[in-house]
Design a protein around this ligand. Structure first.
Ligand code: GAR
Length: 203
């Protein structure tokens, strides 16, 4: 399966995906990394590893026009599955329709709690005892598509946004490659909002 990874910043989830591929935990290939910000940290990692990448700056561009550029680039690289990895832009309906049920996102909360920006801060300020992260299929609304995999993380009394975010991030790095591998193995069937996951076959 050929992956197109969209990033905006640090790119640690992108790294986790690339590392899972190197360790043969994920049977896929990164066809292209697209970044909407020219100075994003994740670009250095792509350069170091020789992973094909392209900066398509989004600043000042209309959503539909921007998304069309990204769709074209993904199609040029024959991408089968698009993985948003800290890509901080809402996608248009045309983008979602260009890759139906083929766009995944990772979000740092147990959705549907705390969608949008600063999910870890939202969780801390709300006072939940448990938060976590979610891999979901992207639809045209914010952080709202069918949920594939979640991981729970307890909130400690001593937590700051930074410490909580770091523990959630470790779980993100674990579940994102796993969720992608489930797609690779075609073990996920969507029934409305519900993702049915076929158990591993035992020989
Ligand atoms: C991650 O925590 C990811 O879940 C979050 O941005 C961070 C990106 O980190 N995404 C969102 O909040 C999307 N709504 P990374 O660039 O190191 O992967």
């Amino acid at each position: 399966m050929r992956l197109g990874i969209l990033i905006s910043g640090r790119g640690s989830n992108f790294e986790a995906i690339a590392n899972a591929i190197s360790r043969r935990k994920l049977d896929a290939e990164i066809a292209i990394v697209i970044c909407n910000r020219p100075n994003a940290g994740g670009l250095d990692f792509a350069r170091e590893r020789g992973i094909p990448m392209r900066v398509i700056e989004s600043r000042g561009m209309e959503r539909e026009a921007y998304d069309k550029l990204v769709i074209d680039e993904l199609r040029t690289h024959e991408v089968d599955l698009v993985c948003l990895a800290g890509f901080m832009r809402l996608l248009s309906a045309s983008f979602v329709h260009a890759f139906p049920n083929r766009v995944l996102n990772i979000h740092p909360s147990l959705l549907p709690a705390f969608p949008g920006l600063d999910a870890q801060r939202q969780a801390l300020e709300y006072g939940v005892r448990i938060t976590g992260c979610t891999v979901h299929v992207v639809d045209e609304f914010l952080d709202s598509g069918p949920i594939l995999v979640q991981s729970a993380v307890p909130v400690l009394d001593t937590d700051t946004v930074e410490t909580l975010s770091a523990r959630i991030l470790a779980q993100e790095h674990a579940i994102y490659p796993k969720a992608i591998q489930l797609m690779v193995e075609r073990r996920i069937t969507l029934q409305g909002r519900r993702a049915m996951i076929r158990e591993d076959e035992v020989d």
